[in-house]
Design a protein around this ligand. Structure first.
Ligand code: KG4
Ligand code: ZN
Length: 336
């Protein structure tokens, strides 16, 4: 079964054709990052307009690269939540138009489920149940994936997402948006013990995250120097990136460690844009090895937003009977 996936929840316009949920026939991503970098973050209205301009070409290219036409497609999977509402609506409206014109069913896909599904593509043996740690620009969640379309939330961020904290820290250090990957490289050459940041705890919710305190601590460090008229040296920037990353990774690993004391050796699956972070990957590898937990990491090419992950999850949603009609709406927030 061939599914055409469409993704437009933030600043990537993406389309892909995936066969039987795991075989990628094409995967086209048009990133708007360069446009938003001018403003230091995603500007929703600009994102929506850029999606409108890109969608037709991106979908056409995905079909061509997969060497198929709409006739060969069995269903159209589209991200309908969560994300920027205007951005979501562009992809959803496009999918509805296609569905109406060619008579193919629409399958709504939750963006976070999509991120998790990137691992079904990369790891053909991976099957639920497992624990998923989703870390992206908009989300940080620990989830129990009971089945392909059945999720239980274990913990989530109370404020900023991990990627948001990375991007903000990067901005304070003068790195362009989105700064996560640059922070990753900078942290590798810094001293992770140079600065002490506090690891947050959320009372009575051991698996919930909080990164706004860490973000504010970074802002304060930089402002303090700036107010004294001291220029940020390359060494300071690298040390700050390393210390920030160390605290963030520890904060995540502590929660995963605590969770695994309860859940045994059920596999652990990492997903989302921040899953590309080399320090987080290394921290989780060490943890998983020490606990004897099978760990599944997505390839870097499938960590960020893409439509192959949406088409993959769309396949499993379709098999479970989740087909929408043209009344389907988009939602900025929605539980997984
Ligand atoms: O999953 P994603 O593409 O979009 C959302 O669904 O939010 O994640 C984007 C986020 C950005 O915050 C970006 O800075 C971050 O992922 N990111 C990284 C790395 N690569 C991307 N953060 C830390 N280290 C990286 N190597
Ligand atoms: Zn995402």
């Amino acid at each position: 079964m061939k599914i055409l996936g469409i993704e437009s929840s933030c600043d990537e316009t993406a389309a892909s054709v995936v066969e039987d949920g795991r075989r990628v026939l094409s995967n086209v991503v048009a990133s708007q990052a360069e446009v938003h970098a001018l403003y230091g973050g995603v500007v929703p209205e600009i994102a929506s307009r850029a999606h409108c301009e890109a969608l037709t070409g991106v979908v056409k290219e995905a079909l061509e690269k997969a060497e198929c036409t709409l006739k060969d497609i069995d269903a159209i999977a589209v991200t309908y939540a969560p994300g920027l509402i205007g951005a979501l609506l562009t992809g959803l409206s496009f999918a509805k138009g296609l569905s109406f014109s060619c008579g193919k069913p629409i399958v709504p896909v939750h963006h976070i489920r999509g991120h998790v599904a990137a691992n079904y593509i990369a790891h053909p043996d991976l099957k639920p149940p497992f624990i998923a740690l989703v870390v992206s620009g908009g989300h940080t969640s620990l989830l129990k994936v009971d089945d392909y379309t059945s999720y239980t939330s274990i913990g989530q961020t109370r404020d900023d997402a991990a990627g948001e904290a990375f991007d903000k820290a990067a901005r304070m250090l003068g790195l362009p948006y989105p700064g996560g990957a640059a922070m990753d490289r900078l942290a590798a050459v810094g001293n992770k013990n140079a600065m002490k940041f506090t690891i947050s705890h959320v009372d009575n919710c051991p698996y919930d995250f909080s990164f706004s305190g860490l973000k504010t601590a970074v802002i304060n460090q930089v402002h303090t120097l700036q107010q004294k008229g001291i220029e940020l040296t390359e060494e300071f920037k690298a040390d700050l990136a390393a210390s920030f990353t160390e605290t963030l990774v520890k904060s995540i690993c502590l929660r995963v460690d605590a969770l695994y004391s309860e859940v045994g050796s059920i596999p652990l699956v990492l997903a989302g844009g921040v899953a590309a972070n080399s320090h987080l990957r290394a921290g989780l590898k060490t943890l998983a090895e020490s606990k004897g937990v099978p760990l599944y990491l997505p390839p870097l090419s499938l960590c960020g937003d893409n439509a192959a992950m949406i088409a993959s999850q769309g396949y499993f949603e379709y098999l479970s009977g989740s087909v929408a009609d043209l009344k389907l709406n988009a939602f900025a927030t929605k539980t997984v």
